[in-house]
Design a binder for this molecule. Structure first.
Ligand code: HAM
Length: 438
């Protein structure tokens, strides 16, 4: 009997795994530049943690949690996100005691949500994120949004829109909830059963409904921005202005309320701008300010702000862009030698090149040139480095661009420098390559 992967899960193999590693490393590096320290928390937590944090009115708690009783009869849940676990860890380990605030953590790891699988939506997926707790304010909120944008740029995603909104203070939210209750109670008969429940529990959640007929009704619902207190509005505008001062344009989305119950102030999402041939996978990343979360899970009253990115979604967009630009993962070089003597010398040369930061392989047994070029192509090598008897005598090698088939003779002593500039040019040419329509 063939055993298939569990629905909504996926294996991440070879080039795809390289891409995940690249994204995770880049994100971790950018976050450390902003002073975030790594934290790793368990995948499994006691169920009440998520009921209290993500919230009983959220879709996550209502329909999407992997919850079961363990052999000791305790209800446990595979984490649907990492923020709640980090708050729990701060409390369990008293990380706030005698600490310089804010506490700043970065994290990466798998999450589980029993959602309907579709493009960019899995039941097991990976998040990268950060949380900053204990020094609330406009600059801290702006820092998290800036860091998110830097991560996107660093992994090669430029065409990204930052949507922003505010859920205001308690007073603004109560007034808004009331306005939503009044508006939706006129339409609720025609709406889905989830929305009927949401109207009772938390009418804000109706705004996240994905049912097309309900979305039509939601379009005309009152907007949060019109219910913000002057202070909450001024806070949002200040964050937007700080972001502008570092070159980040935002777009106020008055419908953005986010699907988790713990948000209180500024909320935001990063979306990839629509592009031909690339599916819309929803938000690449999202986050916001939470004033009461730590307290709700048993900690002190410290406010926080955070963001998390879906690595599957980032990987999908980056991969699609690479395919459109004809870029693929592969070795920098494949080193070719026709005799045992040259193979021996090439072993040393390959080692030197790898030390210089290039990725590459070589042939270990003598083969025809044709066979070696086939291997180089299969491995996606950018350049073949060909070492023959004559070249050795002249302390030279031939470097062939396997895309353009251009061949250059390079002095051995210049090889590292020349290879560096050739690889830079290789990528520059790729990015400048005309698209098919042009
Ligand atoms: P979230 O919006 O639920 O927020 O998830 C953050 C990101 O995770 C989404 O923007 C998306 O890229 C990715 N994601 C969510 N669900 C799936 C799925 N089923 N399949 C693939 N990717 C998915 C949070 O989780 C908050 N903890 C973010 C946060 C951190 N807020 C404050 N701090």
């Amino acid at each position: 009997m063939e055993i298939n992967p569990v629905k909504g899960t996926h294996d991440i193999i070879a080039d795809e795994a390289n891409l995940y590693t690249m994204i995770e490393h880049t994100a971790m590096m950018v976050a450390s530049e902003f002073g975030y320290q790594e934290i790793r928390t368990p995948i499994i937590e006691h169920t009440p943690l998520f009921l209290r944090s993500v919230g009983e009115s959220s879709d996550i708690v209502n329909k999407e949690m992997y919850t079961f009783d363990d052999k000791g009869g305790r209800s446990v849940t595979l984490r649907p996100e990492l923020t709640a676990g980090i708050m729990r860890s701060i409390v369990s380990n008293k990380l706030h005691a005698n600490a310089d605030l804010p506490l700043k953590y970065r994290y990466v790891g798998p999450c589980f949500r029993y959602e309907r699988p579709q493009a960019g939506r899995y039941r097991q997926f990976n998040q990268f994120g950060v949380e900053a707790i204990g020094a609330p304010g406009i600059y801290q909120d702006a820092e998290v949004i800036t860091m998110g944008q830097r991560i996107l740029l660093s992994v090669g995603l430029e065409d990204v829109k930052v949507l922003i909104n505010s859920l205001g203070d308690e007073e603004s939210r109560n007034a808004y909830r009331q306005a939503l209750r009044e508006f939706f109670s006129k339409h609720i008969d025609k709406m889905c059963s989830d929305c009927k429940r949401r109207l009772e529990q938390n009418p804000l959640r109706i705004l996240d409904c994905k049912v097309p007929e309900d979305k039509e009704i939601i379009k005309d619902a009152p907007k949060m921005i019109d219910y913000l207190s002057p202070a909450a509005k001024a806070y949002l505008m200040s964050v937007i202005a700080i972001l502008k001062s570092v070159g980040i344009e935002t777009e106020i989305d008055p419908t953005l309320v986010r699907g988790l119950d713990y948000y209180t102030g500024v909320v935001f999402e990063y979306h990839f701008e629509k592009k031909e041939g690339i599916d819309d996978v929803g938000a690449l990343g999202a986050g916001g300010h939470y004033a009461n979360l730590l307290q709700e899970v048993g900690g002190p009253s410290l406010e926080g702000v955070g963001v998390a990115f879906g690595i599957e979604r980032l990987a999908y967009i980056i991969k699609s862009q690479m395919q459109q630009n004809g870029i693929h993962f592969g070795l920098d070089f494949y080193l070719m030698g026709m005799t045992d003597d040259i193979i021996q010398k090439n072993f040393v040369l390959a080692d030197m090149l790898r030390e210089g930061g290039f990725s590459g392989e070589m042939n270990y047994s003598t083969k025809s040139m044709g066979a070696m070029f086939k291997v180089a192509a299969r491995k996606g090598a950018k350049f073949a480095i060909i070492v023959g008897e004559d070249e050795i005598a002249r302390k030279e090698v031939a470097v062939k661009n396997l895309k353009t088939q251009e061949q250059t003779i390079v002095k051995l002593e210049d090889l590292e420098n020349v290879l560096h500039s050739m690889i830079d040019k290789y990528y520059a040419d790729m990015n400048a390559a005309p698209t098919e329509e042009e």
